[in-house]
Design a protein around this ligand. Structure first.
Ligand code: FAD
Length: 449
């Protein structure tokens, strides 16, 4: 059936194109950037210089869309580890107990991932990828006021000339900075309702040479209330290790060597501090600000045009610390592959869990503005105990990783057999927080949440 146009040829747009190629005779992907021939960061995707992780659910979804994708990553130099046995997690400052699992993690950099996906999509016979082509507006028919209008295509500026491209479906994959809500407003559809959670996140990433011999694939020190800092190291393609320092709510990760060392010193465990003693940097640190998570609720618009959908960061841009963006974009693409109709409602159902997981964690910080119900407070109390108990009980770590990798919904953490372990485990204090000496843990409720 007909022609689909995808605005934006980054990971979200490419995955949408892959899915639509099963339904449409022709798919055209337009991006204003010029794509590099090799795996390289580019201007239109500033986050491509920052550390990315690919969740297990995302790796599985990519494998379904592109058979053999995992093997292709490995032959392209992507290291693989066991997400539980080979990765050290610090939750609320407590080192999670490690154990073998069936969950694999891939140390794939954002530029290489996009490069591999683009290569696969380029090989599809009915998909055309056009770079250097900026979409400047929508072609639209019918009254925006009153009955429903329809998006008929896009206006494009390419090599200094303007032209129109007609389409039966226009997909907005223009990322976080998409102009689509503005264009719809100008067409008379009113404001697109949106949810925003401000965390004032700042990222810095830097690459170091990988030296074989260490046994950690990744070390993740997650932020928690009272400690709005995160530090992560992960092995990467190209025999590299990426160091990510993050700060939120005014905590600014430094870029100078002494500052970076001091930041690592302040973290709960010794691994990143120790890594920095001998690590050899191979590039300069790059900083990026990410003020807030934003979700557009097209599903709540009283009227919206036919012939239009949105995917990826253009629909919902999550606090990146939870690593959900690419996985969610892949799952949205799967929705597009299904029969059309009620896409935004189905996408809203899909987004509910990852959005509540990410914003729920952010709302543990009292400084983050947002609605907190009684049930959220109880949940935060329970999860605080969960994190303490996971320091001893590997079954809880496994449950945490299943949920954070989107292999199970957040309700999995509340399953009776898990809750029992949490209650049993949290009673067995003292537990040592990070590298600090054992201390009595205050489990009296909301003091640490
Ligand atoms: C700091 C940071 C860290 C992150 N870490 C992770 C992580 O660890 N794991 C994870 O899964 N996700 C992570 N994400 C999210 C992830 O980067 C995105 O979800 C992913 O890139 C898919 O986004 P997208 O394709 O929707 O948009 P983007 O990648 O932002 O791409 C948008 C594309 O649209 C093009 N474009 C925009 N407007 C136009 C126009 N008018 N005409 C033509 N082209 C246009 C741009 O050139 C660009 O290529 C992170 C994000 C940030 C900011």
């Amino acid at each position: 059936m007909g022609h689909a146009v995808v605005v934006g040829g980054s990971v979200g747009g490419l995955l949408a194109a892959r899915a639509l190629s099963d339904r449409f005779e022709r798919v055209t992907v337009l991006d204003r950037d010029r794509f590099p021939e090799v795996a390289a960061a580019r201007r239109g995707v500033p986050q491509s210089r920052q550390a990315h992780v690919l969740l297990a659910k995302g790796a599985a979804a990519l494998g379904e869309m592109f058979p053999g994708f995992a093997a292709e990553m490995v032959t392209s130099g992507v290291p693989v580890g066991d997400a539980h046995a080979d990765c050290r997690w610090y939750l609320d400052g407590y080192a999670m107990r490690q154990a073998p699992s069936s969950m694999q993690c891939y140390g794939v950099s954002r530029p290489l991932l996009e490069h591999l996906v683009r290569r696969r999509v380029r090989a599809l016979p009915d998909v055309e990828i056009i770079d250097g082509a900026e979409v400047t507006g929508l072609l639209h028919d019918g009254p925006a006021r009153g009955s429903r209008g329809r998006v008929l295509g896009v206006r494009v500026r390419q090599d200094g000339a303007d032209r129109e491209i007609e389409a039966d479906l226009v997909v907005d994959a223009g990322g976080r900075g998409t102009r689509m809500p503005v264009w719809l407003r100008e067409l008379g559809y009113g404001e697109v309702p949106s949810s925003t959670v401000r965390t004032g996140l700042v990222y810095t990433s830097r690459h170091y040479r990988y030296v074989p011999g260490g046994d950690d694939f990744a070390v993740v020190m997650a932020p928690y209330p009272g400690m709005p800092r995160a530090a992560v190291i992960v092995r990467q393609d190209g025999d590299r290790v990426v160091l990510l320092l993050a700060g939120m709510l005014g905590a600014e990760p430094p870029v100078d060597d002494a500052g970076v060392r001091a930041y690592a010193e302040s973290m709960p465990g010794p691994e990143i501090r120790d890594f920095l003693r001998t690590a050899e940097p191979i590039d300069e640190p790059v900083r990026m600000r990410y003020p807030s998570s934003v979700r557009h609720h097209y599903e709540r618009m009283p009227r919206r045009p036919a012939g239009f959908v949105a995917v990826g960061d253009a629909l919902c841009s999550f606090n990146p610390i939870y690593g959900q963006g690419i996985t969610v974009a892949a799952l949205e693409a799967r929705l597009l592959a299904d029969e059309p109709g009620r896409y935004f409602e189905r996408a809203a159902r899909l987004l509910a869990n990852p959005w509540s997981l990410a914003t729920g964690s952010d709302l543990r910080f009292p400084e983050v503005k947002g609605q907190r119900r009684m049930v959220d407070r109880l949940l935060h109390g329970y999860l605080a105990r969960f994190r303490v108990a996971a320091a001893r009980d590997a079954a809880l770590g496994a449950a945490f990783l299943r949920v954070s990798n989107m292999l199970a919904g957040p309700a999995h953490l509340l399953a009776p057999h898990i809750a029992l372990r949490v209650l049993r485990g949290a009673r067995r204090i003292p537990v040592s927080r990070g590298g600090n000496p054992p201390a009595e843990v205050d489990l009296s409720g909301s003091s640490r949440i």
